[in-house]
Design a protein around this ligand. Structure first.
Ligand code: DOR
Ligand code: ZN
Length: 383
């Protein structure tokens, strides 16, 4: 029976100091700074890591991403997972059907890597024109990863060689699953025991380390050759630290995997991303679960951040005095890495307060977004 926490919960923003904003540094992206509030005009962003789900959940969330983003790399961890190009093409059709009328949102599909994925499947994926990457879930690492890879060096080298040939990126959920490794160390150990040896073996494989959470990941990304290895970064790993899981009571809506880390890790990621390096790009990892699957005795991992992500990224860059670097992170670095054109349309971000809905109801449930009921400052709009 699902239960919910009635403890009066404190929020746990890392505090921001608007007085530290350096207005001079972001002059060229400011569309207007009238008294009503500053306005940024950005090339339309893409989301390079998104969970859209299927069925009712897909219909409940698709428009939130489609309104703001031009494209998204869509994660394949459905039940059953998207392991073939044929399944990816069918899934793409169901996403297109769930979009609001007139939407030009372009879902970029991925395949779910298993011990049995064949090199032939990679050829089909490349030929399809709709599959853009392959996702590595170590078996048991996260939601719907039970069909993931059990032994990458023993089972997957031929398929990874084929991907390198086709310039098809490997998207990595970078955590070991060994239960003897502390959950807060799983990313660091994955880098040492899997990623570094893998790159030595296959130096031409393009890799995106997804949703990085540690200073070790930043160090690893910086050590790799530019354009060959990159990272996506989520709003939650830029804004929250692991205290947010426990502040004022257990906070299931802040639980995601990889789990939030210490403040020093958050700070390292913020510095890396706001430095303007093109090795990092926007990937929300927005991962909706029905409320009862979050607020229960064995709550699912995943934060639903699609409606708030752009506001939060803007806040992080503003706080760092780096609003001039925001557009490259949201809209340039991703397509450049994937070898795709940048979007041509624009969106606006207005510096005006807006209240995040407490939940998004749909026919048989509801989804609680990140910062539900809170007031945020940057409001995205299409005109
Ligand atoms: O928190 C997460 N949720 N991390 C993942 O890796 C998967 C995702 C999901 O699908 O819910
Ligand atoms: Zn994910």
């Amino acid at each position: 029976m699902p239960t919910s926490c009635s403890f009066p919960c404190q929020r746990s923003w890392i505090s921001y100091h608007p007085s530290s904003i350096n207005l001079r540094s972001h002059r060229f992206v400011v569309a207007s700074s009238a008294a009503a509030g500053m306005e940024l005009s950005l090339t339309r962003p893409d989301d390079w890591h998104l969970h859209l789900r299927e069925g009712e959940l897909l219909h409940a969330v698709a428009s939130h991403s489609a309104r703001q983003f031009g494209r998204a790399i869509v994660m394949p961890n459905l039940k059953p997972p998207i392991t073939t190009t044929e399944a990816a093409v069918a899934y793409r059709q169901s996403i297109l059907k769930a979009l609001p009328e007139g939407s030009v949102f372009d879902p970029l599909m991925t395949l779910y890597l298993t011990d049995n994925t064949s090199p032939e499947e990679i050829k089909l994926a490349r030929q399809s024109g709709v599959v853009f990457a392959v996702k590595l879930y170590p078996a048991g690492a996260t939601t719907n990863s039970q069909d993931g890879v059990t032994d990458i060096f023993g089972k997957c080298i031929p398929v990874l060689e084929e991907m390198a040939k086709h310039n098809m990126p490997l998207l990595v959920h970078g955590e070991v699953t060994d239960p003897s490794v502390d959950i807060f160390d799983r990313e660091k150990v994955f880098i040492e025991t899997i990623l570094e040896p893998l790159l030595k073996k296959l130096p031409h494989l393009k890799i995106v380390m997804e949703h990085i959470t540690t200073m070790e990941a930043v160090k690893f990304i910086e050590s790799c050759s530019e354009g060959s290895v990159a990272a996506t970064v989520t709003p939650q790993h830029l804004i929250l630290n692991r205290n947010s899981l426990f502040q004022g009571g257990l906070q299931p809506h802040n639980y995601c995997l990889p789990v939030l880390k210490r403040e020093i890790h958050r700070e390292a990621i913020v510095s890396a991303v706001t430095s303007g390096s093109n090795r990092y790009f926007l990937g929300t990892d927005s991962a909706p679960h029905e409320r009862r699957r979050k607020e229960c005795t064995c709550g699912c991992a995943g934060i639903y951040n699609a409606p708030v992500a752009l506001s939060l990224y803007a806040k992080v860059f503003e706080q760092a005095g780096s609003l001039d670097k925001l557009e490259a992170f949201t809209s340039f670095n991703g397509p450049d890495f994937y070898g795709l054109p940048r979007n041509t349309s624009k969106i606006k971000l207005r510096k005006s307060s807006w209240k995040v809905p407490v939940s998004y109801p749909y026919e048989h449930g509801e989804i609680v977004p990140m910062f539900a009921g809170e007031t945020l400052e940057w409001l995205p709009s299409n005109n």
